[in-house]
Design a protein around this ligand. Structure first.
Ligand code: EPU
Length: 427
C-alpha cells in the first residue's frame, strides 16, 4: 500500500514543464484505431490511465509499442479487431467511452460495460449515444452495458448536442470521420483538447472545420493515414504547479505550455496576490510566503473558456489560507469537492453545499492523515499539505497517478518535501 508524505513549509523554486495532456492523449489513442498507417504520439506520459488505454487497445486486437517516451500504434485490419471491451478496463476509466465510435466504425459492433472514472457525480453517456443513433447506429442498453451496431456505414447528420460535453464531442467527431457525407455538429465543446483531437485527425487526412467554435463540420470517409504527433501540454498539470507555488510560496517558471491554455487559473492566482510574468509559451509565478493571499473570490467553474472544473479543487486548496471568505461553484459536476473532508481534517473551515464549496479562509493548516477521493481532489490535498505545518499523510495516491506520472517527484524537484512511501500491510 502506498501513501504520499508531505512536510509543509518549504518554498518552491525552479522550472517545470508539464507532460502531454492526459485528456488529449487518451482520446488520441482511441482515434488511432481509425488510421490505416502507424501513429506515434510524442512524449506520452506514463500515467495509469495511459496504461489502461494500452491494455484496452491490446484487448481489442490493436498493436501498440512504446519507443522511449513515444507511444506508437500499428495499423490492424478490421478482421483482427474485436468490439468487446473487457469490463475491468471499461470500469477503470471514463475514457473507455472513447472506444465506442472507432470500434463501431471499424468492426460494425461494439459492447461497452458502462465506464468508470472519478466519482464526480452522475456521468451519463446519453449524448454520445444519441449522436451515434442519429448517424444510424442501433443502441441496445442491457444492465450496465451498452451495445452499438451498424448495418452499413454511419450516415452524416446535422446534430445538436444538448450540452457541450467534451467526451461526446470527441466521440461524434470520430464517428463523423467514418460517416457517409457531411456531418454538422452544433453546440459542441470548445476545449483545447477537442481542438487537439481535430488537429491530430486533420494531420491524418480528415477534413474538419470549426474547432474552437460551437459548430464543427466534418466531411466523412476521407482515408486516414498514420502520423507522428505531439499532443498539447497538460494545462491542468500546469495549473497544479501554479497552485503549488501559490500555496507554498517561492518562484517557479512553467515552460512549454502557453499561458492562454490556463489563463483563467493564472488570472485567479493573480487576483489572490501571486505575481505572474506572462510569456507566449511560459509563465513565471512568484509568491512571497510572508504576505497573506487575498481571498474573497467567487469562482464559477464551467465549460471552456470559463474557469476549468478540473482546477476548482486546486483553487480551493489555495483559498483555504487566503484572507477573506470565498465560494466556488462547479456547474459541470455534482460532487467536485469530495476533497473538502481532507481540507477540514487539516483545520480549514469549509462546507460543501450542493455544487458549491464555501471556504471561510485564513486557515492555519496543520498536518493530518487524509485520503485522495479522486484525481484532482487528491492533487488539491497535496497542494494544501505544502502549506500545512507538519507532515501530512495522503492515502490512496493511486487516484493521482491516473493523471500525473509522478507529482510527488515533480514537486520535490521544485524543493517540496514530498515523497511516496510504500507501507507494509501487516500479516
Ligand atoms: N454529460 C451528460 N451526458 C453525456 C456526456 C456528459 O449529461 O453524454 C454531462 C456530464 O455528466 C457532466 C457534463 O456533461 O456533468 C460535462 O461532461 P463532459 O462530457 O464534458 O466531460 P467528460 O468528457 O466526461 C472530460 C475530462 C474531465 C473534465 C471534463 C470537463 C477526459 C477523460 N475527462 O470529461 O477530466 O473534467 O471533460 O472539462 O477527457 C480529469 O481529468 O480529472 C477529468 C475529470
Amino acid at each position: 500500500m502506498q501513501t504520499i508524505t508531505i512536510t509543509g513549509g518549504q518554498t518552491l523554486r525552479g522550472t517545470i514543464r508539464p507532460a502531454a495532456a492526459k485528456n488529449s492523449v487518451l482520446p488520441l489513442l482511441a482515434a488511432t484505431l481509425l488510421c490505416s498507417g502507424p501513429c506515434c504520439l510524442r512524449s506520452a506520459p506514463e500515467l495509469s490511465d495511459v496504461d489502461t488505454s494500452l491494455a484496452l487497445l491490446q484487448a481489442v486486437g490493436a498493436k501498440t509499442v512504446r519507443h522511449g517516451p513515444d507511444l506508437c500504434t500499428l495499423p490492424v485490419s478490421a478482421q483482427e479487431l474485436c468490439g468487446e471491451i473487457p469490463a475491468p478496463l471499461a470500469g477503470a476509466m471514463r475514457s473507455s467511452v472513447f472506444y465506442l465510435a472507432p470500434l463501431l466504425c471499424r468492426t460494425g459492433a461494439v459492447r461497452l460495460p458502462l465506464p468508470g472514472g472519478c466519482r464526480l457525480g452522475p456521468r451519463p453517456v446519453d449524448i454520445h449515444l444519441a449522436g451515434l443513433a442519429a448517424m444510424g447506429a442501433r443502441v441496445e442498453l442491457e444492465g450496465d452495458a451498452v451495445t452499438l451496431r451498424r448495418f452499413g456505414p454511419l450516415q452524416g447528420v446535422d446534430f445538436t448536442l444538448r450540452l457541450p460535453s467534451v467526451g461526446a464531442t470527441m466521440t461524434l467527431i470520430m464517428a463523423a470521420c467514418c460517416a457517409m457525407g457531411t456531418t454538422v455538429l452544433r453546440g459542441v465543446a470548445c476545449e483545447p483538447e477537442v481542438c487537439d483531437l481535430v488537429h491530430f485527425l486533420r494531420s491524418c487526412g480528415a477534413q474538419i472545420t470549426g474547432e474552437g467554435t460551437p459548430v464543427l463540420v466534418v466531411q466523412g470517409r476521407r482515408a486516414l493515414g498514420g502520423v507522428t504527433y505531439q499532443p498539447m501540454p497538460d494545462r491542468i498539470a500546469a495549473s497544479t504547479y501554479g497552485a503549488a507555488v501559490a500555496a507554498a510560496g517561492g518562484q517557479i517558471t512553467v515552460t512549454d505550455c502557453a499561458p492562454a491554455y490556463y489563463r483563467a487559473f493564472l488570472q485567479f492566482l493573480q487576483e489572490c496576490g501571486v505575481e505572474i510574468f506572462w510569456q507566449e509559451q511560459a509563465a513565471t509565478l512568484y509568491r512571497d510566503p510572508t504576505v497573506p493571499l487575498r481571498g474573497g473570490r467567487h469562482l464559477y467553474a464551467n465549460a471552456w473558456p470559463a474557469f476549468a472544473t478540473d482546477t476548482a479543487p486546486l483553487a480551493a486548496a489555495v483559498l483555504l489560507q487566503a484572507e477573506g471568505a470565498s465560494e466556488i461553484y462547479d456547474h459541470l459536476f455534482a460532487n467536485r469537492f469530495a476533497c473538502a473532508a481532507g481540507f477540514a481534517a487539516m483545520g480549514a473551515a469549509c462546507t460543501v453545499r450542493g455544487r458549491m464549496l464555501q471556504i471561510a479562509g485564513s486557515a492555519h493548516l496543520e498536518a493530518a492523515e487524509v485520503q485522495a477521493p479522486d484525481l484532482r481532489g487528491g492533487a488539491a490535498l497535496l497542494v494544501a499539505a505544502l502549506a500545512a505545518e507538519g507532515t501530512t499523510i495522503l492515502r490512496d495516491p493511486g487516484h493521482i497517478r491516473r493523471g500525473y506520472a509522478d507529482l510527488p517527484a515533480e514537486l520535490a524537484g521544485l524543493g517540496a518535501q514530498c515523497a511516496v512511501q510504500r507501507q507494509r500491510v501487516p500479516g
